[in-house]
Design a protein around this ligand. Structure first.
Ligand code: G3I
Length: 322
């Protein structure tokens, strides 16, 4: 059996993957695996729905890149996760470099959401409304949004998103929450800030950009997921990859990678409000990691030649054991 089928049988809503827009129409082996709904029940565009792809200049909206993933999902019947609205990165200069009054930047956010979320209305299981608002040391991340509003940009964004699409799940999404440190504490506070402002928030996405051999245990991960479900929101792993910090990986390191994937997926199975797992691409052929962390990578569940890795087998075993 394939991973999404196993995930659903084990009680999750989906096992999904990111879709790389530049590969789907040129790489038939890639496309065949990606479009297999038994393997991946939900897709998320790796880059196509981001602000720089959808509103590079003010008021001009482009959906060519974002529609690549949405159209695949429509044709296969796979679900769609939507990513992302308010984020400091891949943010065009006309937004990040502006000096805004609160009213003007509120209107920029609302207009962006009305158009982009409006374009995909009815298609997104969830939207990442705010992404990476906390720095690794637990301070609020510097951005045009934080500089203009303080933390008020959070309730403003979640309220604006709800107005456009009342039926999608509204998520806060971030990385390194898995370690249950200062950053996690701040993300808990973030959820509480949104909630105490009376704004809607439905979920917290754990990106899950992890490292082989340094991935927390299944029970530690379940503990940190539960800090969020205790607040009444669902959780999901939204961008899972577990990179080798040096390459080539030994066969022992491949086994460790498999165990790490099993711990992450297992922790989701252990927490009632954890709804699904998405890998941030499924093949080592297409991953953001080598560009960002030189010499590292092979972080996914298929190798560069589309052979299933030990990690694939470990995940399937964890699902089957549930
Ligand atoms: O679109 C241009 C293209 O025109 C140009 O020729 C090419 C040359 O470098 O660059 C292309 O842009 C790249 C873009 O991906 C689209 O492929 C950027 O250089 C590259 O930096 C960008 O990287 C993406 C990264 O987000 C940017 O922050 C990665 O693919 C994507 O995997 C990564 O995803 C993020 C999540 O959205 C949020 N969480 C972290 C995660 C990993 O960084």
């Amino acid at each position: 059996a394939q991973l999404n089928d196993l995930a659903v049988r084990a009680g999750l809503k989906y096992f999904g993957t990111a879709l790389r827009e530049g590969a789907i129409n040129s790489d038939t082996a890639y496309a065949a695996i990606l479009k297999n709904k038994s393997e991946f029940g939900q897709l998320v565009p790796e880059n196509g729905q981001k602000w720089d792809a959808t509103e590079a200049s003010r008021g001009t909206f482009t959906y060519t890149q974002g529609d690549i993933t949405a159209n695949v999902a429509k044709s296969t019947g796979q679900g769609l996760r939507c990513h992302t609205m308010v984020w400091y990165s891949q943010l065009p200069n006309w937004v990040s470099g502006g000096s805004w009054t609160r009213a003007a930047l509120t209107s920029v956010i609302e207009t962006h959401m009305a158009n982009v979320m409006g374009h995909y209305i009815g298609q997104c299981y969830a939207w990442d409304v705010a992404n990476e608002a906390v720095a690794d040391d637990g301070s609020w991340r510097d951005s045009i949004f934080y500089r203009t509003f303080g933390t008020d940009f959070l309730p403003i964004s979640f309220n604006a998103a709800k107005k456009v699409d009342p039926n999608t799940k509204l998520y806060y999404n971030d990385y390194n929450l898995e370690y249950n440190g200062a950053k996690t504490n701040r993300a808990v506070e973030l959820v509480q800030i949104v909630q105490s402002a009376g704004a809607p928030i439905d979920g917290v996405g754990f990106q899950g950009h992890l490292i082989v051999g340094s991935t927390p245990s299944r029970s530690s991960l379940a503990t940190v997921l539960k800090r969020f479900t205790a607040l009444g929101v669902e959780v999901a792993y939204t961008e899972l990859d577990i990179r080798h910090s040096s390459l080539p990986a030994s066969s022992a390191a491949q086994v460790t990678q498999g165990n790490d994937f099993a711990n992450v997926v297992g922790s989701c199975l252990d927490v009632a409000g954890c709804v699904g797992v998405t890998v941030w691409s499924f093949t080592d052929k297409y991953s953001w990691i080598p560009e960002t962390f030189s010499g590292q990578g092979d972080a996914l569940i298929y190798d560069k030649n589309f052979n299933k890795k030990a990690a694939w087998t470990s995940i399937s075993s964890v699902f089957a054991a549930k």
